[in-house]
Design a protein around this ligand. Structure first.
Ligand code: ADP
Length: 494
């Protein structure tokens, strides 16, 4: 656990950000100081290089006067006097080399190079008639090595003038600047580091807070968690999405609890009646057969009612699962077939209640649908229209294909629905008039099933109603053109 936490901290956004920041800063600093040092060196030694090459050229042009053209010997005394006379920088080691690149003169006698051959790049170049220069670096020190050919009046090389110069080390100067830069950089590093740390912690704190809310939702079942939204950044947007989701989850949970409680209640009512009647039969000695028959009839009705509720509940569960399936089973069907089937089923019911049931089917309407699901949806609405219309009333079912939709209209002149009830009647188990619903065998599930069936077809239900005057339910389904559906299928196959 401890290890996990340790890694957790190491993996945190703030640690990653701070670590990345330091890495970037260190790489930048390294490149920056390398650039500063090398450009400072170039800048500092450029002047010295010019100085040394010019001096070697000037001295070389005079040196010919002190070399015997025939023997190649150098008049050291006169040359030394000349060198001292022109005041060459004493830090420059001036050497005169013969044609054979051996040292004839050395301004610093202490090392005693006299007579030795100087096989150095600059010397070789000069002996071949071209000025030579080379810069050697040794730790903090830089050695500048410049040579110029000594030419006689005929332009022939009779010797080489070589200057070796170690300018004062720039290292100290560079070091001083680098120390200041380093100090500045450390201060900047720390300041920016602290700012990044604070910002990263603020961001990560919000994410940690967010995670703990999600965890308490999933682990502890606290569904109404809310994320505090401050600002308009990505995390705030994530928080808003989370809050919307949490509201939906809470609503779904409320609906689920309500559904279970309503379903239990609905099942309990007929069960209590059955129990009551069965108890009466058992506890009444010498009970009259007529009473038993009456009770048994009631019990039978209640069992039928239970059966209806259970069947509808099963249907609803099946529909919920079906709606979640991506692959809905639609086929090209004739709406007229469905409507005729419903008419066949409900005409006797309407007749029994002395209600005129009229179906108006102008032409054949085909659409892509799931026959069973659509049948159940339309059936429930027509069935309701008959149930909630009084004797001598009428129910009219009409259908039409219009504006890219297929509309099935069910109109009655029954009891109607008040404005406040209009939205609620589609809720599961909701009934306006419980007694009437019960009388007509209602369960309060019919409209919720109808709405589910219509939504399954991506449609909607519109309702117009006036209390005491009647209601009009309009089932509006998108008219999926069959040819188009076929083409889509063919395209997929290609
Ligand atoms: P029930 O099984 O009770 O009919 P429904 O879900 O089908 O349940 O309908 C819910 C309620 O809506 C009914 O109880 C009834 O009060 C009301 N209702 C439905 N259709 C109509 C209608 N055509 N006219 C008046 N009221 C209706």
């Amino acid at each position: 656990m401890k290890i996990k936490r340790k890694f957790g901290r190491f993996n945190s956004i703030s640690t990653k950000l701070v670590f990345t920041y330091f890495l970037i800063m260190i790489i930048t600093l390294f490149l920056f100081s390398y650039y500063v040092v090398s450009s400072m060196k170039t800048y500092l030694y450029d002047d010295e290089k010019l100085n040394v090459t010019t001096t070697s050229n000037v001295v070389a042009s005079f040196a010919a006067d002190y070399i015997d053209s025939e023997t190649g010997e150098l008049d050291k005394e006169r040359f030394t006097a000349f060198i001292n006379g022109i005041g060459v920088d004493p830090r420059m080691r001036v050497m005169v080399l013969g044609k054979d690149i051996t040292v004839l003169y050395d301004s610093q006698n202490n090392r005693n190079l006299l007579g030795t051959a100087q096989v150095r790049a600059s010397v070789i170049s000069a002996v071949n008639g071209v000025d030579g220069f080379k810069q050697y670096e040794n730790g903090d020190f830089v050695t500048l090595d410049a040579s110029a050919p000594i030419l006689n009046s005929d332009g022939e090389v009779i010797g080489v003038l070589n200057i070796v110069y170690v300018p004062d080390s720039a290292a100290k100067f560079i070091d001083a600047i680098m120390t200041e830069i380093l100090f500045l950089v450390i201060v900047i590093l720390l300041l920016v580091g602290i700012i990044i740390f604070i910002v990263a912690n603020l961001v990560s704190k919000r994410i940690v807070d967010f995670t703990s809310k999600i965890t308490s939702m999933s682990d502890d079942g606290i569904l109404d968690e809310k994320f505090d939204i401050s600002g308009h950044d990505e995390i705030s947007r994530l928080g808003e999405a989370f809050n919307t989701m949490s509201e939906k989850v809470v609503n779904l949970e409320k609906q689920r609890v309500q559904f279970v409680s309503d379903a239990s209640h609905e099942l309990k009512t007929p069960l209590s009646s059955i129990k009551l009647m069965a108890d009466s039969i058992i506890q009444t000695p010498d009970i009259n057969v007529e009473y038993v028959r009456e009770f048994m009839t009631d019990i039978n009705n209640e069992v039928d009612r239970l059966n209806r509720i259970v069947n509808k509940l099963l249907y609803i569960t099946k529909m919920d699962v079906r709606s979640e399936e991506d692959d809905k089973h639609f086929e090209l069907i004739s709406l007229n077939d469905i409507v005729q089937g419903i008419e066949k089923n409900l005409q006797p019911v309407a007749k029994k209640a002395d209600i005129t049931l009229v179906f108006s089917t102008p032409g054949e309407i085909f659409l892509m649908a799931n026959k069973d699901v659509l049948w159940q949806g339309i059936y429930n609405i027509v069935d309701n229209a008959i149930k909630y219309t009084d004797t001598d009333g009428y129910v009219l079912v009409a259908m039409e294909q219009t504006g890219g939709n297929v509309v099935i209209e069910v109109r009655d002149n029954g009891v109607g629905i008040s404005a406040e009830e209009r939205d609620k009647i589609f809720d599961r188990f909701y009934r306006v008039d419980k007694a009437r619903s019960r009388e007509t065998g209602g369960t309060g599930l019919g409209l919720s099933i109808a709405l589910g069936a219509v939504k399954y077809h991506n449609g909607r239900i519109e309702l117009e109603s006036e209390e005491g005057k009647g209601s009009t339910f309009k089932i509006i389904l998108p008219d999926v053109v069959p040819e188009r559906a076929e083409e889509d299928k063919n395209e997929e196959n290609i």
